[in-house]
Design a protein around this ligand. Structure first.
Ligand code: ZN
Length: 183
């Protein structure tokens, strides 16, 4: 894997004509819109892309973006790692109207001949790839923090709690009421 930084922008007039390959990385910390949706800004995006013009004269970007980010589990609110591995198939088009005529599997990126902001384009794709809600797999959540008073025995009175009859089992009272009804 090539671990040099990908270019911040590409010359759209040249890169496709050259049938170029761009490989490298980009830090998640430099994708602010993306990391605003994450638990932290750690991680690096691995990029492996090809820029070419197809038979229909479309300027295509194909390849893969991979990364592992930390998102917040919506059940226990602890961070959890989320691997992303996206196959990319995009066409750089001059207008939205042209973009609408693309086959469904090709995503449009609307731009003219101005420099192509590659990290920004990848950031968009990664944001779209994030699940709406992230949760740990069943049983992997951080245990809930108990907030129900002191530990049993902490004040010298154990669970047997002599002298505090009402505090034992609130359902015991209920149970005796019910059995009383039956008679
Ligand atoms: Zn969780």
């Amino acid at each position: 894997m090539n671990d040099s930084l990908i270019p911040e922008s590409l010359d759209a007039r040249k890169i496709f004509a050259r049938d170029a390959v761009v490989q490298g990385v980009w830090p998640v910390s430099r994708m602010q819109r993306l990391n605003g949706l994450l638990a932290d800004d750690s991680g690096e995006v691995e990029v492996d892309l090809r820029f070419h013009v197809d038979e229909q004269h479309r300027r295509l970007i194909t390849g893969r973006v991979r990364t592992q980010v930390n998102v917040t589990c919506q059940r226990c609110l602890a961070p959890m790692p989320l691997p992303l591995d996206e196959a990319l198939q995009m066409a750089v088009v001059a207008s939205e109207a042209i973009g609408l005529r693309l086959p469904e599997e090709i995503d449009p990126w609307i731009a003219g001949d101005e420099p192509l902001p590659l990290p920004q384009l990848l950031e968009e794709q990664l944001i779209l790839a994030l699940p709406l809600v992230s949760r740990h797999d069943e049983g992997l959540c951080r245990p809930a923090v108990e907030s129900v008073g002191p530990e049993p025995g902490a004040n010298g009175v154990g669970e047997s709690g002599q002298g505090k009859p009402g505090k034992g089992n609130p359902f015991a009272v209920l149970a005796s009421l019910k059995s009383g009804d039956r008679k």
